[in-house]
Structures are given as C-alpha cells and as structure tokens.
Design a protein. Structure first.
Length: 108
C-alpha cells in the first residue's frame, strides 16, 4: 500500500525496497535467518501482522524450551510417596502465565 501511494503521487522510495516472504517465522525464525544468510541487509524492516491494516513496530515471538521435572515417579496407588510430574508443572505453568502477562503488548 505504501509503495502504491508513493507511485500514485509520482514518487519513488529513496532506496531499494525488498519484499521477502519467509516460512517458519512464527516458530523458528529460519526463514528470516535464511534472508540474512542470502546477504540481504536493511536499515528498516516492516513486518506485516494479522492486525488489520496497521503497522506493528515491535512484536513478541514464540519461545520454545524444555522443562525437566526431577523426582521419583510412582504408580497411582502410591501417589503420596513420589512425584507427580503434572502437579509439578502447574507451578511452572503459573510462572509462565505471569511472564506472558508482562510481555503482552499494550494496545492503545
């Protein structure tokens, strides 16, 4: 849309504009990495998001990680004598929800 508007006004961008559509940008960033490895460099990047027709200046991404619970696993008949991994992860989930709430962008 911005390029169309410039063209409609008889103007052109002051420098080269590169349009790159990448894969895996949500979960791994591999598409963006490949763009960099191909040698593309930029002073500015506009990353369209599914937010209607607005520009997003900054965004959070998906974070992948592993969590390991340590303890003695036991059969259900001896639950009080060992560790229940599901119960242990409730604390992890609660902590992550707290972090996620602080990372949510403020909409104005």
């Amino acid at each position: 849309m911005a390029l169309d508007a410039l063209q409609h006004l008889g103007l052109q961008p002051a420098s080269e504009v590169i349009l790159e559509s990448v894969v895996e940008e949500q979960s791994t960033g591999n598409g963006t990495l490949m763009t960099r490895l191909k040698g593309y460099k930029a002073d500015v990047a506009l990353i369209p998001e599914s937010e209607g027709e607005i520009l997003v200046r900054a965004n959070t991404r998906v974070l992948w990680f592993q969590v390991e619970a340590r303890g003695t696993p036991v059969n259900t008949r001896g639950m009080g004598t060992g560790m229940n991994a599901v119960d242990a992860f409730w604390r992890v989930i609660g902590a992550l929800e707290g972090v996620g709430g602080r990372m949510e962008p403020k909409k104005s």
